[in-house]
Design a protein around this ligand. Structure first.
Ligand SMILES: NC(=O)C1=CN([C@@H]2O[C@H](COP(=O)(O)OP(=O)(O)OC[C@H]3O[C@@H](n4cnc5c(N)ncnc54)[C@H](O)[C@@H]3O)[C@@H](O)[C@H]2O)[C@H](O)CC1
Ligand SMILES: [K+]
Length: 216
């Protein structure tokens, strides 16, 4: 029986795992990143030049960890923040500090055209309003170029609970979603734009009496 979760339920389970079970946020980020590395390794993606697009929340933190792990494998990876990194969550700044200690620095600007694979770590289940105009434009331009995209947790622009597009969505070839499939990835645009969805366990535990939205 596969349980589906809404954004709110996923956030409740994250919090329960961190605060009650005691797994740290950094461990979850690392396991999330490693699960995406597994999927990249198992697929036949062209890794000539991987572009990681990182946002300013924990989805971005996952992206920075993914970029670091790719870099340490000797892969030609560019880490590009979307938004002002000075306004990023502490988890993102911490992951960036780690990446820099390993020798991976963020790029000031990057060009989709010379990427062979894009890792979308801009927004995940925390997306709660329309994407900023500028980002919508960038996403529409990127969709035109039709580069393969792997979405981290959720394609940016998809509402994890309803599947609706919040202004624009970076169309994914594959989506690696953590712990449980998201309701928004199973219906409407969410289903169509997320490509092949892989659910990866990263150690999130649901309390015995947790009420899942939908079980299919
Ligand atoms: N599920 C798990 O076990 C784990 C999930 N992880 C990753 O964490 C993200 C969710 O992170 P969160 O910080 O809550 O949100 P996002 O990164 O998706 O969004 C960032 C931030 O942006 C703000 N925001 C929302 N909508 C907008 C908007 N339209 N414009 C501007 N800003 C917006 C809002 O404040 C958000 O907080 C999840 O998807 C996973 O990738 C953990 O890293 C590992 C464990
Ligand atoms: K994403």
């Amino acid at each position: 029986m596969a349980q589906l979760v809404t954004a709110k339920e996923m956030q409740e389970l994250d919090t329960y795992t961190i605060q009650t079970i005691g797994i740290s946020q950094d461990v979850l980020i690392e396991r999330a990143a490693l699960s995406v590395i597994d999927v990249i390794g198992a697929g036949n993606f062209d890794l000539t030049h991987v572009l990681v697009l990182a946002g300013l929340g924990n989805n971005g933190a996952d992206g920075v960890a993914i970029a670091r792990l790719l870099y340490l494998q000797g892969i030609n990876v560019t880490l590009q923040f979307v938004g002002n990194v000075n306004r990023a969550k502490e988890s993102v700044k911490h992951q960036l500090h780690i990446a820099e200690q390993y020798g991976l620095h963020r790029a000031e600007k990057s060009d989709f055209n010379n990427a062979s694979l894009i890792i979308d770590a801009i927004f995940g289940v925390g997306l709660n309003k329309l994407l900023p105009e500028g980002l919508q434009k960038m996403i529409k331009a990127a969709n035109h170029i039709e580069k393969p995209v792997i979405a981290v947790d959720i394609p940016t622009g998809i509402d994890a609970t309803t599947g609706e597009v919040r202004g624009a969505t970076l169309k994914a070839k594959k989506t690696v979603t953590f712990s449980f499939n998201k309701v928004g990835l199973t219906k409407g645009n969410g289903k169509f734009l997320s490509g092949d969805v892989v659910v990866k366990d990263i150690g999130i535990l649901a309390p015995e009496d947790f009420q899942f939205s939908i079980s299919i």
